[in-house]
Design a protein around this ligand. Sequence first.
Ligand code: PRP
Ligand code: URA
Length: 211
Amino acid sequence: MSGNFKNLIIVEHPLLDDKLTRLRDVHTPPSEFRRLLKEIAALMTYEICRDFSTMEKKVQTPLEKTTGRILKREITVVPVLRAGLGMIDGVLSIIPEARVGMLGLYRDETTLQPVDYYVNLPAGLAEMEVVLVDPMLATGGSASAAATTLKKYGAQKLTMMALIAAPEGVRLMEEKHPDVTVYVAGLDRQLNEKGYILPGLGDAGDRCFGT
Ligand code: PRP
Ligand code: URA
């Protein structure tokens, strides 16, 4: 676990550092932003799956029978719209068989409270590894609301993949969802008065989709 947070894992790798720094750069255009986000998500997926349970499976190689291990549970990935969409292809490049759910949430610009507008999740979440995906964990309001919704629909084994977190957001997740481990590529300093992460990368949805 990272820093003073019991629920946080900062994934450290030179490739992630390099890509995250380029992503933060205000001069990085949406096309490159999307590519970097996808690549970071792929690299982080490898780490997030580290603690997933496996089970034995007998397999016939071309030469003999042996026993290997396969993932015990199906995986469902749930991006938070919009910015989470930018990470989904990266996750699926590593786990192509994963199911994909969708949660539509946006942060009211004045109150900073999450407003949910769409839920579409596969049945059977209770038996699956569920990975919530959203690049930004700022106040934590959106992630916390998303985790509450996923649990309401049955999710029991829930992990969150973010890109950048503010301490405020990690703290809220620790308070409201202590069972959810949050993986990030970077833990930033603080939020500004408008709830933006500092140093951050700006508005992830806008930078991803050029709005
Ligand atoms: C961003 C981001 C998170 C949320 C984080 O989405 O993708 O969902 O803000 O902020 P919080 O931790 O303070 O809740 P946004 O609300 O901008 O929606 P959008 O991606 O549709 O633009
Ligand atoms: N949402 C974003 O997209 N960026 C921030 O810095 C905070 C919330």
